[in-house]
Design a protein around this ligand. Structure first.
Ligand SMILES: [Zn+2]
Length: 333
């Protein structure tokens, strides 16, 4: 547990890897128990006694095994309720909701780290990203999972990609790229899990010649909300405008934090300053997500590689997804 907490806090403190409550991590402790980040909580806030939930991961793993075609739709709808049923209440009787990605954590090695790093996402949100990943990571132990709705269907897609890799190479992949989403690393050794996570991103950053992530993500109090005048905001708006950004969704968290924030009137812009009619946590999550999306668009633009956006059906799914509404609600608290 101690190493798990260390891993979460180290990665969770890096806004180029984790924006707001995004990303999740898990650790299989004893027998059938897996500790996984609770939905809506931030990785950096995990301690030995809070921010995570214990689940019976063997039951969850079983739920995703040998699912018939006709059964898929029904299970997709019921998966988060099923995961919740598999939680083991903590000593104080509190039940938090396990991360929406509990499914894919259940099928992996002892330690799992999943984030939405800006460097990896330059690849996963690029046209021809899979081919580029193959060029960069030729000969290493990785798989590329096609975009799927988060939760149940994504778990099936990852499970399928892993089985194919194992059959072909005789070993379990340790690095998993998720198209239009992010990165997963897994290992029975917590140091390897953490090291691979950072090394994968640094390799992409250096091979593609990407610049450093924005350092100036500061918030200031403004009325009963917050504001930020970080220079990248004004530069992005004058170059592309918000309509460009919102007409293409790169990955789910862009929709969760930005699309909804704009729609609810929680986010507004004036002369290159971004205003948030929210509490501090939510403002930070929105600002970091905005910065990540801007970074990816800018990097691809500089590389002259077209963006590979999410399909509109995938987009509609996220906008209407109950699990994401729950996550936003917890972040807003
Ligand atoms: Zn994710």
């Amino acid at each position: 547990m101690e190493q798990f907490v260390k891993m979460c806090r180290e990665i969770g403190a890096m806004p180029d890897y984790v924006q707001g409550g995004g990303g999740n991590a898990s650790c299989k402790t004893d027998g059938n128990i897996m500790a996984i980040k609770a939905s809506g909580f931030a990785l950096k806030d995990i301690t030995e006694t809070s921010g995570y939930v214990n689940v019976d991961y063997l039951k969850i793993k079983e739920y995703h095994k040998d699912v018939s075609e006709s059964e898929k739709k029904k299970r997709e709808e019921e998966a988060s309720a099923f995961n919740l049923k598999c939680t083991i209440p903590s000593a104080d009787g509190k039940t938090l909701r396990p991360s929406v990605e509990t499914g894919f954590h259940s099928i992996m090695k002892k330690y799992v780290m999943h984030t939405h790093p800006v460097y990896t996402n330059v690849l996963t949100c690029a046209q021809g990203g899979k081919k580029k990943a193959k060029e960069i990571f030729e000969g290493t132990c990785f798989v590329w999972a096609p975009y799927m709705n988060p939760g149940f269907m994504l778990t099936l897609a990852i499970s399928d990609a892993i089985s194919k890799f194992e059959k072909k190479n005789g070993e379990y992949p340790k690095v998993i790229f998720l198209e239009n989403h992010g990165l997963v690393t897994t290992s029975d050794d917590p140091d390897e899990c953490l090291r691979l996570h950072i090394k994968t991103n640094e390799t992409i950053k250096s091979k593609l010649g990407l610049s450093d992530f924005y350092q100036d993500l500061k918030l200031q109090k403004a009325g009963d909300g917050y504001k930020s005048s970080a220079p990248f905001i004004g530069e992005f708006l004058s170059k592309y405008g918000m309509n460009t950004m919102m007409s293409m969704a790169l990955y789910p968290d862009q929709l969760v934090y930005l699309y909804n924030g704009l729609k609810d009137g929680k986010i507004s812009f004036e002369n290159g300053t971004m205003f948030f009619k929210t509490g501090e946590n939510e403002a930070r999550a929105i600002l970091e997500t905005f910065a990540a999306v801007v970074y990816i668009i800018e990097s691809l633009h500089k590389l002259n590689i077209p963006v590979h956006p999410m399909h509109y059906i995938a987009r509609d799914f996220i906008n209407n997804w109950e699990s994401e509404k729950y996550r936003r609600k917890v972040t807003a608290k």
